[in-house]
Design a protein around this ligand. Structure first.
Ligand code: ZN
Length: 416
């Protein structure tokens, strides 16, 4: 039994009872304390749909066995579980196909554990080389059914990126259709399709946009009925995912997109570059691309540019930080870019909205919302106890006003 906690979407302190690893009931406390200040929040466990293990994949060779990959994935999974991520998807880079396949085979073994690891997103293999970002274009392949079957046969693919404008149009649509039939969640990112091409992909089963705004080529012109961002925003059958570090996408744009799509079609994730923590050196090399950690340690940039607008290398935030960023964004009055103004809401409302982006919506995209992603009776008792307080020494524009600290993680009712 968890006593005297605040629960998103409910008034006043509640108690949560757990039985057989699931939530049995959530009830208002009979004798609620007058003052709610200082109470802990109970949140559903966070679900991070995109974490990269760049240094591990880079150091892998064709001799790295699936069992070695599985050991590494278990290590990463346990690390993230301690940080409040009770649902994790690891992404693969543009890398030699035999390395990707061995990693996926390792991933399948960990999926069999029936744990907080849900499988892999094959992100790099079928992307558009023109939009490869920090990936190495030498390891991008044209989408084909035979390559898809090679990937699927590993049993480690949970999500798949397909740039729908790549390869032969019919073959590519067949790949999206076949993957969807296999129960794989198909998305599009590192791509620049016209709106019309993207619509065809959605009809074939494509469900979401991978980190909208980053490595998403787009066009404002009317050819093809517009570009990728335009279709991503107006097509109600598409969910969008965004990197929630407030660096990959400007905070005003994030709020504009949420307003346009509505909260239930937006998913926030970390796109963390180094799944097991930042490398010891501030400089690193991944599949031939040099990168470095920015001096203020807020982001990772490709090292060959002195530009004001660097090419980014994934993020260096945790999923808990992503959650904290959105709690703060929703409580502030923010000037939009396409919308004039976004009015801040009360903290309790902001927490409920951030939960939707970081837990409920990712669960829904994977078809797991009847099992995880919310706090309600019958669902797995994946529960975080967090303290949300106003930061001492808060400076507007420098750090977040509300600080979210994780105190305890329950996974299937057990303390982690
Ligand atoms: Zn990416």
């Amino acid at each position: 039994m968890i006593r005297n906690v605040l629960v998103p979407g409910r008034d006043g302190p509640c108690s949560i009872s757990i039985s057989d690893g699931c939530i049995a009931s959530i009830q208002a406390e009979a004798e609620a304390a007058e003052c709610q200040e200082g109470l802990l929040w109970a949140l559903p466990g966070l679900i991070d749909l995109q974490v990269n293990d760049m240094t591990w994949l880079d150091s892998s060779t064709s001799r790295t066995t699936p069992e070695e990959h599985a050991a590494r994935i278990r290590h990463v999974r346990d690390l993230h579980l301690k940080q409040g991520v009770t649902g994790l998807v690891l992404a693969t880079l543009a890398a030699p196909l035999d390395i990707v396949k061995a990693y996926l085979e390792g991933s399948a073994r960990v999926v069999n554990d029936d744990s907080s690891f849900y499988g892999c997103l094959v992100e790099g293999t079928f992307m558009n080389p023109d939009c490869c970002g920090c990936h190495n274009k030498d390891y991008i392949y044209s989408p084909s059914l035979s390559r898809l079957h090679e990937l699927i046969s590993t049993r480690g693919v949970r999500m798949l990126n397909v740039a729908p404008e790549m390869g032969n149009a019919e073959d590519t649509i067949d790949v999206i259709r076949a993957a969807t039939r296999e129960g794989i969640t198909v998305g599009t990112g590192h791509a620049k399709p016209s709106a019309r091409t993207l619509r065809n992909a959605v009809e074939a089963g494509c469900k979401y946009i991978i980190h909208l705004g980053n490595a998403s080529g787009s066009s404002l012109k009317a050819f093809g009925d517009g570009g990728m961002i335009e279709e991503a925003l107006r097509n109600d059958d598409l969910n969008i995912t965004v990197i929630g570090d407030c660096i990959h996408v400007h905070p005003s744009i994030l709020l504009d997109w949420i307003a346009r799509k509505s909260l239930d079609r937006v998913i926030a994730y970390s796109d963390q570059a180094f799944a097991a923590g930042l490398p010891s050196s501030n400089r690193f090399r991944v599949f031939g691309r040099d990168g470095c950690l920015a001096e203020d340690r807020t982001h990772l940039r490709v090292d060959d540019l002195e530009s004001d607008v660097p090419l980014l290398f994934g993020s260096c935030v945790t999923m808990l930080k992503v959650f904290e960023n959105f709690v703060n964004l929703f409580t502030r009055d923010v000037q939009g870019i396409y919308y004039r103004h976004h009015a801040g809401v009360a903290l309790s409302n902001a927490v409920a909205k951030a939960v939707q982006l970081c837990s409920t919506n990712p669960a829904k995209l994977l078809g797991k919302d009847e099992v995880v992603g919310s706090l309600r009776p019958g669902l797995e008792a994946n529960i975080l106890l967090v303290k949300i307080i106003e930061r001492i020494g808060y400076k507007e524009g420098v750090n977040n006003k509300y600080q979210v600290s994780l105190l305890k993680v329950f996974y299937k009712g057990q303390t982690v």
